[in-house]
Design a protein around this ligand. Sequence first.
Ligand SMILES: NC(=O)c1ccc[n+]([C@@H]2O[C@H](COP(=O)([O-])OP(=O)(O)OC[C@H]3O[C@@H](n4cnc5c(N)ncnc54)[C@H](OP(=O)(O)O)[C@@H]3O)[C@@H](O)[C@H]2O)c1
Length: 252
Amino acid sequence: MDLGIKDKNVLIVGASKGIGRGIAVAFAEEGAIVTTIARSKELLVNLHEEISVINNQNNKYYVSDLMNDDANMLAKKILEERGTFDIVIHNVGGSLVSRNALGTLEEWHYAWKFNAGIAIDMNNILIPPMLEKEWGRVVHISSISAKMLRGNPLYASSKEFLNAYVTTVGRELASKGIVMTAVMPGAVAFPGSYWDNYTQTDPARCEDFLKHHQAAGRFGTVKEVADVVLFMASEQASFMQTALIPVDGANM
Ligand SMILES: NC(=O)c1ccc[n+]([C@@H]2O[C@H](COP(=O)([O-])OP(=O)(O)OC[C@H]3O[C@@H](n4cnc5c(N)ncnc54)[C@H](OP(=O)(O)O)[C@@H]3O)[C@@H](O)[C@H]2O)c1
């Protein structure tokens, strides 16, 4: 299937490792022009070299800590330098925030900003030019935790807020050529990931988790998530406005 992604201008926020890195490589393999953001310059340079061999395009990376830098200003700068994006993937986020349900508002705000706020701040700059072109795909990496509402309350609530944002804002954009969506991975393992480390430090609990919470009985792979993201960013996703897609091995 031709996804129509070749030569599309793509921004991947949080791309240096894990799922975000896999998404960046997947877009390069489709021939897109890839712009990436993350904190680690070393990892971004490594990724840049790898994808530039694959797609032979004018790729670029930006080093930024989006929890401390002004994400809105960075979006303006990148837009000026790279032009209107066709596709934006928001991947920054994670459960490595406070687990304290009765924690401070600062702790809750941190979790919200990490998992939703950065994306919202950047979308407010990146989407208006897409509207002028009447074509755009904005895919958010949420989590199946948002649907199941289990585990870390700060993380699950923040991802559920992100899903609500995608549903409500996505409806506003739906008739204007913009397809805003979210992909909700279950537990995905890759070298150096939370689950990879957990498998080594506590194999019995990991086995128990897989048996009782992922019906597929295994962790997902980065490629299994990246392939779905590619589809959600494609021309073929033209009637999928506000879709929240689980990629979770049947979480239960
Ligand atoms: N892995 C899973 O099992 C799983 C399951 C469900 C949902 N998810 C979601 O999938 C997304 C990716 O997860 P992952 O496991 O691949 O996470 P990860 O390995 O921690 O990767 C996160 C990416 O975001 C970047 N990043 C983190 N903090 C940043 C900051 N302050 N400023 C700029 N970039 C930042 C990281 O790069 P630097 O460190 O270089 O900044 C990295 O490229 C997250 O939103 C997560 O909630 C993951």
